[in-house]
Design a protein around this ligand. Sequence first.
Ligand code: SF4
Length: 406
Amino acid sequence: MEASPTHALLQRLDSIEKIFRTNLQLALALKNYIARKLEELRRREGRDFRLKIMDFCGTHEWTIVHFGIRSLMPSGVELVAGPGCPVCVTPSYYVEQAIKLSLEGVTVYTYGDTFKLPVINPVDGVSTLEEARARGGKVRLSLSLVDAMRDAKSSGRDSIFLGIGFETVAPGYAKAILAGMLPANLKILSLVKLTPPAMFYSLDILRDKPVDAPVMGVIAPGHVSTVTGAKAWAPVAEHFKIPVVVSGFEPIDVLSSIAEIMRQLASGEADVRIEYTRAVTWHGDLKAQAMMHKAFETVDDAWRGIGFIPLSGLRIREKYSGNDAQKYFGIPELAPARWKRDTPPGCRCAEVTLGKAKPTDCPMFMKKCTPEKPYGPCMVSIEGTCAVWARFGVGGLAQEIALDIE
Ligand code: SF4
């Protein structure tokens, strides 16, 4: 009997999935290629040295840890995580404002991973939105802005949506604002952050004070680049003279991206390349970019634990201030003069976020700070480096694959 088109498609998707997930031969070939390129690079430079490759995105870090990609790297190539977790870098101040409003009866809509985010200055003894809800505060988990819009419309109560995220979420918020889709009682607190300025900032710091070895390549975020286009990373490659590869999220994607970075380094190139060609183009989604630009203005923005990064945040433009929670609820902008280090004492999240430390360098990792009871912001979201390391650690599938292909 002939397979139905749906069945044929499912079979095809299944085989694509297998190629990406379980192709050990390809993984082995890439592993060996990376090691060869390191040797070529060392010969070319005439010295034995170590290098780091930074992955920006929390989901790449998840892939790297979950599939044990670190254990496939030759001695001398280290993978370090960057600032790619929006929940980790959302300033404590804005979450404190949301807790305060929820306790005053305003409904706060938030994504699940912000629910347990601990603040630095508890509000009436309340440290998280989860605790605020337990105290009778109006906090609702929502999967998307559309969810919140639906719920707010039916409740009719004053409501606020915590707009946390990177360039991936901004077009959706922009569309709702521009099309006048938000119910009058729902306002957005735009906490959207832009990724290339943060990458620039981290690399600048690491270039001035390298820890152990220099960062000589970047695995750029795939989802963000579907919106911004790979072109957004050209200034990084140009300024720091290092290769940048926009990568997909399957283990073979990440290995291929590392291989391309090593190829470029060995041949003295420093270009932006797209590995994730099934989703990313050079120019990105021009319509989404235009909507973002129309609805938002770019501002210097605070990153939790780190401080202000120039032109790294989006705020709703004055023209659309009717949708702006800051204006409606009178939430003052966090000014540089008022910013104080907003990570708890001893937490090394800022260094982890900037690629200067590993979660295991923090004495509280898996002791005082666990996914069940996060002490610092990097332990909350599944995109947070500490949370990823805590959940998957090392060993397991990682070791199995490494041993299998040795
Ligand atoms: Fe901060 Fe916890 Fe990570 Fe330590 S383990 S750096 S306390 S988030």
